[in-house]
Design a protein around this ligand. Structure first.
Ligand code: ATP
Ligand code: MG
Length: 504
């Protein structure tokens, strides 16, 4: 072979080599190196981003939760055993999206937005990423409209404004869910859409809740996002973000929305399970270091938008379960510091029959009073005072029997206020009725009513007042205030009604 021939062959080979296209960069792909308990570790995936959705051999999907030099950690959505070592993993460039919009109202969906109520598929719906940045400060408006829960003790002393985040905290079985459900029921006809997110709950509880909401006609304006205790940790983990995305879609369309996260303790536990599987260093109570961010980025998305941005709002009611009343545990303190206040429910009160079991001393609302209507503000100040005096005196009264007249009067009044604030579950009160009841209570017009009859007396009295003096309710509704005249009418009406009621 002479030189010429060699260079010809050389050129031929070079041409062939150049013709080969290496297009592995076009489709970033890797391989599952480890799979177990809903967690996968992927080798060779170079361009993945945090939170990105991965496609696992077309079998299932996963979300990136950890980026390392040679490895990407991800959590598998859906069935855990669909992913196994050796499968090809591709980055999709998207993040998880859920269906949003009006068609979801009245539906029960899983955290991926797939209906689980047997009422058919969702067709022709928009989708929205489950993670989104919270509205900027400049885009936010003032919290100035009340979100009525219909619960006397809360609307009067721990008022909630639209766009606020108010934590409901308490031990197990203290009525936390009931408060949230009653609040949803009370939004009927008020133009507030509701999203209820169940995280790691028993399926039977969720189905009972859906039944209750339908019974009260509340499903028409409510979406249920449901992850049960049976679902994998990753599904439970994304549930509140999905619910938030559904709520946000309505908010940006100018609507007022209420979203309930029931509950974030279970959410934190699901995240801890995932983190431990991903071998992240455990910190306090074995939670990972970013547990605060888990909830702060969720709750920051609750907002009241400025009028220029449409004026919509998302009000968040996260629920947290405590152990033996310990609100200084890790997750409760975190969430208390993120929210604008808390409704603290107590087992002791609940068991003593004081329901809703709101501990007024430990419950606050940092922005809600700005949104309270003036008629309510007028009567609620004295209410707090009556109750706090009562609590203080009740402690001392246990020791001695000879109490002076004033102390006895304060104690009697405290008992009556406590009784008047009791409320059955699912019996919500419109704000006009609340103002009337508080007025008769703080003006001490119930002195002659035996403490144990106060509940029944009040309920009957409201009916009487509405029938005999409808103007009171109307004037409160129109002006948002309780005029002097209306006050006097109520006083007369109580006296009149007292005579009728006790003669019977
Ligand atoms: P869990 O810790 O299991 O989630 P929870 O704190 O959410 O419980 P609920 O499920 O709301 O509590 O209520 C527990 C029970 O107390 C229910 O049977 C409910 O009907 C009852 N209950 C709640 N609030 C009241 C109330 N105001 N009056 C009477 N019963 C009530
Ligand atoms: Mg509950």
């Amino acid at each position: 072979m002479n030189r010429e021939e060699i260079s010809l062959i050389e050129e031929h080979i070079r041409k062939k080599i150049n013709a080969v296209k290496l297009d592995c960069a076009a489709m970033p792909a890797g391989r599952v190196a480890f799979s177990g308990d809903g967690v996968i570790k992927v080798d060779g995936l170079r361009d993945a981003k945090y939170g990105e959705l991965l496609d696992v051999s077309g079998q299932t999907q996963a979300i990136v939760l950890g980026l390392y030099e040679n490895e990407v950690d991800a959590i598998v959505l859906g069935e855990e055993d669909k992913a196994s070592a050796g499968m090809i993993v591709k980055a999709t460039g998207r993040i998880v999206e859920v269906p949003v919009g009006k068609k979801l109202l009245g539906r029960v969906v899983n955290p991926l937005g797939v209906p689980i109520d047997g009422m058919g598929e969702l067709k022709g719906v928009r989708r929205r990423p489950i993670e989104a940045p919270a509205p900027e400060i400049a885009d936010r408006g003032k919290v100035d409209t009340p979100l009525q829960t219909g619960i006397l003790a809360i609307d009067s002393m721990v008022p909630i404004g639209r766009g606020q985040r108010e934590l409901i905290i308490g031990d197990r079985q203290t009525g936390k869910t009931s408060i949230a459900v009653d609040t949803i029921i009370n939004q009927k006809g008020k133009g507030v859409l509701c999203v209820y997110v169940a995280i790691g709950q028993k399926a039977s509880n969720v189905s009972a809740l859906v039944h209750t909401l339908s019974q009260y006609g509340a499903m028409d304006y409510t979406v249920i996002v449901c992850s049960t205790a049976k679902d994998s940790a990753p599904l439970q983990y994304i549930a509140p973000y999905s619910g938030c995305a559904i709520a946000e879609e309505f908010m940006y369309a100018g609507k007022d929305v209420l979203v309930v996260y029931d509950d974030l303790s279970k959410h934190a536990v699901a995240y801890r399970a995932m983190s431990l599987l991903l071998k992240r260093p455990p910190g306090r109570e074995a939670y990972p270091g970013d547990i605060f961010y888990l909830h702060s980025r969720l709750l920051e998305r609750a907002a009241k938008l400025s009028p220029e941005k449409g004026g919509g709002s998302v009000t968040a009611l996260p629920i947290v379960e405590t152990m033996a009343g310990d609100i200084s545990a890790y997750v409760p303190t975190n969430i208390i510091s993120i929210t604008d206040g808390q409704i603290y429910l107590e087992s002791d009160l609940f068991n003593a029959g004081i329901r809703p079991a709101v501990n007024v001393g430990l419950s606050v609302s940092r922005v809600g009073s700005a949104a309270q209507i003036s008629g309510m503000k007028k009567v609620s100040g004295k209410l707090r005072l009556d109750l706090s005096q009562y609590r203080e005196l009740a402690v001392f009264a246990q020791f001695g029997s000879d109490l002076d007249e004033n102390t006895t009067a304060r104690l009697e009044q405290g008992k009556r206020v406590t009784e008047a604030l009791k409320q059955e579950v699912h019996v919500t009160l419109p704000v006009e009725h609340q103002i009337v009841l508080l007025y008769v209570t703080v003006k001490e017009l119930l002195k002659n009513v035996p403490v144990k009859s106060i509940g029944a007396f009040n309920a009957e009295f409201l009916k009487y007042l509405d029938a005999a003096y409808p103007s009171v309710r109307e004037s409160v509704r129109e002006t948002g205030n309780l005029s002097m005249d209306a006050g006097l009418t109520i006083e007369d009406a109580v006296t009149e009604f007292g005579k009728i009621y006790f003669k019977e």
